[in-house]
Design a binder for this molecule. Structure first.
Ligand code: GTP
Ligand code: MG
Length: 140
């Protein structure tokens, strides 16, 4: 059985969509293992987004992610990593498929950072790394 790290980003929390994201995860049949509302600091976010260091959107992304609380979630289920990415939809809200979280609820604000409501781990390796970062007590 797999686990993935989901984040409801500050835009999702401030728009009151945390419950809607949890609802979609549970409605799909995945199990919630951990849920915590917290404001992330720079150190955590720089590690979380290490793969994007050096890209032009890196610092704006980190600044956005610590602009308010995020809901950190560990969800569990068969193929949940791929399954949640599918629920989330494509990175850009404008082109994300209808029926997905980003496609149904995401708005393109025309800002420097893509505010797209959620994050989901993109591989087993990323999931293990990200769960250890956000929930050290759960690390295998
Ligand atoms: P996450 O689940 O958040 O990791 O999204 P993703 O896997 O769909 O995207 P990716 O990991 O490539 O990028 C991480 C985040 O950086 C995205 O969710 C966006 O918020 C932001 N981002 C990615 N690419 C761009 C870009 O080209 N321009 C801008 N402004 N932001 C970007
Ligand atoms: Mg990603």
């Amino acid at each position: 059985i797999q686990r993935t790290l989901v984040l409801v980003k500050p835009d999702g929390v401030s728009r009151g969509l945390s419950g809607e994201v949890l609802r979609r995860i549970e409605a799909k049949g995945y199990t919630l293992v951990a849920v915590e509302l917290r404001t992330a600091d720079d150190a955590l976010l720089q590690q979380h987004y290490a793969e994007h260091e050096g890209k032009p959107f890196f610092q704006p992304l980190v600044d956005f992610m610590r602009s308010g609380p995020v809901l950190a979630v560990v969800a569990e289920g068969h193929r949940v990593i791929e399954g949640f990415r599918s629920l989330a939809g494509g990175t850009e809200p404008t082109t994300a498929a209808p029926g997905t979280i980003r496609g149904d609820l995401g708005r393109d604000w025309g800002l420097a950072v893509t505010q797209n409501l959620v994050h989901g781990s993109d591989s087993e390796e990323s999931a293990a790394r990200e769960i250890a970062l956000w929930f050290p007590a759960l690390a295998a």
